[in-house]
Write a protein that binds this ligand. Structure first.
Ligand SMILES: Cc1cc2nc3c(=O)[nH]c(=O)nc-3n(C[C@H](O)[C@H](O)[C@H](O)COP(=O)(O)O)c2cc1C
Length: 166
């Protein structure tokens, strides 16, 4: 009995995307505020917690992303995990990285902008970067966390948004 799905070489980009697109994720806006630059954010779903002690988390950013330099310069980032009604924010920060006046924000210990109505937040100091093919892995020491209990996550699956149901 062999695998019942489609099996392809990993050099087939469509198959690679279809495969990892079946790993349902949340969606996050990663923000930073470099000195002498406006604060900014970018939508990502490639993030993971890494270690509990010490508290570490990472996200992966395309090495051609215009915002990469800002994260390196800032030396900090906040992972703002989005709630189910924030697909609009996800789409906006994927194309326009400016934090607008009507995005309520504050800062915690790292200095990165915290989106006040995010579902959960990990405030991080940038610890290290690693090359990962055409992406860069940004590893952060998590200095503070926060989470809401009154709403549910925005999900991303197969290239589209969804909501969590048990
Ligand atoms: C739901 C969603 C998830 C995304 N996840 C990632 C990601 O994990 N890493 C990444 O580099 N770009 C991701 N992107 C694309 C970025 O948001 C952004 O569009 C891209 O980096 C181009 O940025 P630039 O304008 O700085 O070039 C995602 C976009 C969406 C809508």
């Amino acid at each position: 009995m062999s695998f019942i799905g489609n099996r392809r070489g990993a050099d087939d980009p469509a198959a690679f995307k279809a495969t990892f697109g079946r790993f349902a994720t949340g969606v996050s806006v990663v923000t930073c505020a470099p000195q002498d630059e406006p604060p900014m954010g970018v939508t990502i779903n490639a993030l993971s917690s890494v270690s509990l002690d010490p508290a570490l988390a990472l996200f992966c950013l395309d090495d051609r992303a215009t915002v990469l330099k800002s994260f390196l310069r800032a030396g900090h980032f906040a992972l703002n995990i989005l709630a189910e009604d924030q697909a609009g924010l996800s789409n906006r920060f994927a194309r326009d990285h400016t934090i607008q006046d009507d995005d309520p924000t504050e800062t915690w210990d790292s200095g990165a902008p915290i989106l006040r109505n995010a579902l959960a937040v990990a405030d991080c100091v940038l610890l290290d970067t690693h090359g990962g093919g055409d992406h860069v892995i940004l590893l952060g020491r998590v200095v503070q966390v926060g989470y809401r209990e009154d709403t549910s996550p925005l999900l991303y699956y197969g290239g589209g948004y969804g909501k969590f149901s048990e």
